[in-house]
Write a protein that binds this ligand. Structure first.
Ligand code: MIC
Ligand code: SF4
Length: 643
């Protein structure tokens, strides 16, 4: 049979299930990555599994989110992760080494491998032909312990790129165009495979920008072929031996096809407050800009920043604009310094930040009240910048750099000749901030500072459920809404009791208090509930507050899995019109909950307040039913006698 790239990688890693779209499959994981903000939980869970050494081919623990260290908390987290990593055979990437996805593509990723990461932008690895998937920390811990990763076999959508990118148009515009067409829900249950002459011409960093933001489509992952371009990139990284070819078979059949003609593509921008709110840059020109931020795991590669330096060379940042640049990795920063581009950036007036997530996750550089910030990042959800009423626009590095000079959103095509950048023959690797684990980690003592708190344990469901609706929300609720993540909270990712006080704080600040008093409650929501990040804190905090079930019109993939992993029942309205028939504080009852969860596909929820019965779907695989009945994945794994 003629196979897609997705089918080839899944086929060679399949441990259970059939490769039929929508069926549950289990795949073997070659490599894992964690970052610090989700990593502490992942490693606490790995410890709970009693596995002396990870069983993956390679596991890497990055510190990139929480590098500000304004108190002891972050440093406690870092040391905990460093010592757990040494004990269990995991490579540790110290703070300052760079953003996990950027460094992973540079130094560790391999075409044809599977990668599971506790971060939703793990699909960045698809830029070098890895099947790279984002998941909750517990799923990643199970994979480190040698367990399979379970998911629904995705549909495979081909994105055929015809023609050639025009001057000033880049990889970022390709993914923004897809977001414009398909929306933040459009990728659900799908892998996007990029093919065609346009794809072959893209450099690895451009490909990685596109696969990175496939996460914003809600896609399971995205993939480019591993071709000569990939080989050249890995060779320049001194890793040619890691290269293997990957391409779809001629005539492979896809479930869907989208065609983007690059000849016609123009510079695009995602307007506030969603990555799919996309318009041509030319429609927004003349809007004044207060801040320009260049970096994040989407656009912080050496090629991106060299382009920026060429645009800024000999010019000055507009006096009313603050330009901040966070290089994606130490390799990028070092090469900018060696090439002289760093001084070009400095002389133009740019502020250079550490090689880390930084402003992307609200760690510093929050714009002024009501400020307009132009960012090369991947997310512009309301409040994510740390300034509740800021307006964040997502753009390419080209648009960002040109607008930093003019002080208004500017169509770069009006700016003169586009910079030409070429892939270096050799990247200078600087692996001094990588710590490799000892051959035998048994003697390593794991250091647990006071910021490392035990995580809440899920419980098996009761015979029946009677609980009030403690919160009713609308469509596209993000994990940033559920468990906000700004600078004041990020240091508490290993302290759920503290975090839980801020659960849904931007939506309804009385929720945590009411939930604790109710001793059991239900959340009701609309479509695409839980989109965005992989943070399982968006399930752990509600668990801590006693939430038993979440009833919505549809879920984002990773969040639904996280709810199940922590024993919270994810339910869907059978008839989405019933959403309107439930109000805040209504009392809902599900009789024989346990029995129904074990076998039924449609459950009846009685709204005691209105007297109406509401049919809800419990669309779970046999494995998911067993996990919920066991009281979460950790209990299930233990009962099953390990992974
Ligand atoms: C994000 O971009 O929101 C994060 C922070 O990287 C998250 C992970 C987290 O919540 O820690 C993600 O995307 O998974
Ligand atoms: Fe870090 Fe932002 Fe990328 Fe998340 S999206 S990994 S916070 S740079």
């Amino acid at each position: 049979m003629k196979q897609t790239m997705t089918a080839k990688i899944i086929g060679s890693h399949l441990v259970s299930g059939k490769m039929v779209a929508g069926e549950e499959i289990g795949i073997r994981i070659d490599q894992t990555l964690t970052q610090d903000s989700t990593g502490t939980m992942a490693y606490l869970q790995l410890e709970a599994m009693n596995i002396p050494r990870v069983k993956t081919k390679l596991s890497v623990a990055y510190i990139d989110h929480n590098t500000l260290q304004t108190g002891y908390e972050n440093a406690d987290d870092h040391l905990f992760i460093q010592t757990v990593a040494a004990k269990h055979g995991i490579v540790f990437s110290k703070p300052g080494n760079g953003i996990c996805h950027q460094v992973n593509v540079e130094r560790f990723g391999r075409p044809g491998w599977t990668l599971l990461g506790s971060d939703s932008h793990t699909p960045t690895g698809g830029g070098i032909g890895m099947l790279a998937i984002g998941a909750g920390g517990l799923d990643v811990a199970v994979a480190m312990a040698g367990g399979a990763y379970y998911l629904k076999m995705p549909k495979v959508c081909r994105v055929e790129l015809t023609g050639k990118l025009q001057p000033w148009v880049s990889g970022k515009d390709i993914i923004l165009e897809l977001l414009r067409r398909l929306s933040v829900k459009g990728g659900t249950g799908r892998v996007f495979e990029y093919t065609g002459e346009g794809a072959a011409r893209l450099t690895v960093p451009e490909r990685a920008t596109i696969t990175n933001m496939g996460a914003e489509l809600g896609a399971t992952t995205s993939l480019f072929a591993s071709d000569e371009m990939t080989r050249a990139f890995l060779a320049a990284q001194g890793r040619e031996a890691d290269w293997t070819p990957l391409a779809p078979d001629e005539g492979a059949e896809y479930d869907e096809t989208v065609v983007i003609n690059l000849d016609e593509l123009q510079p695009l921008v995602a307007k506030p407050h969603s990555p799919d709110n996309v318009a041509p840059v030319v429609e927004l020109t003349d809007s004044k800009v207060d801040q320009v931020a260049i970096g994040s795991c989407t656009n912080s590669s050496y090629l991106d920043l060299i382009k920026v330096a060429k645009i800024l060379e000999g010019k000055q940042v507009h006096p009313e604009v603050s330009l901040v640049i966070a290089p994606g990795s130490r390799q990028v920063l070092g090469m900018l310094a060696d090439s002289g581009a760093l001084s070009v950036l400095l002389r133009a007036g740019a502020r250079i930040l550490e090689c880390a997530c930084g402003p992307c996750i609200g760690m510093g550089q929050s714009p002024k009240s009501g400020g307009i910030s132009l960012r090369t990042f991947n997310r512009n959800f309301e409040g994510r910048s740390g300034t509740p009423d800021a307006k964040v626009y997502l753009v390419s590095p080209e648009v960002a750099a040109v607008s930093a000079l003019t002080g208004t959103i500017t169509d770069p095509r009006t700016f003169g000749a586009a910079p030409v950048v070429v892939m270096p023959d050799k990247f200078v690797s600087d692996d001094h901030l990588l710590v490799f684990p000892p051959a035998d980690g048994q003697a390593v003592e794991v250091v647990r500072g006071p910021n490392i708190k035990p995580f809440p344990k899920a419980q098996p469901p009761a015979e029946s459920l009677r609980a009030p609706v403690l919160l009713k929300v609308g469509d596209n609720i993000t994990t940033d809404h559920i468990m906000p993540s700004h600078a004041s909270l990020l240091p508490y990712r290993s302290n759920i009791p503290h975090l839980a006080k801020y659960c849904f704080s931007g939506v309804d600040s009385s929720f945590p208090e009411r939930a604790l008093q109710a001793h059991g409650g239900i959340i009701v929501g609309g479509n695409n509930y839980g989109q965005g990040s992989s943070r399982e804190h968006a399930a752990l905090a509600p668990l801590y507050l006693g939430i038993k079930a979440v009833l919505v019109q549809s879920f984002a993939r990773i969040h639904r899995a996280n709810l199940i992993n922590f024993g919270i029942v994810p339910l869907l309205f059978a008839d989405s019109a019933d959403y309107a028939g439930i109000s805040l504080n209504d009392e809902l009852v599900i009789e024989n909950l346990r029995d129904q969860l074990s076998a039924a596909t449609v459950l009846t929820v009685r709204n005691v307040t209105t007297g109406k019965d509401i049919p809800v779907k419990w669309e779970a695989t046999e494995r998911e039913r067993q996990i919920i009945l066991a009281g979460g994945l950790l209990n299930y794994t233990r009962q099953a006698g390990g992974v």
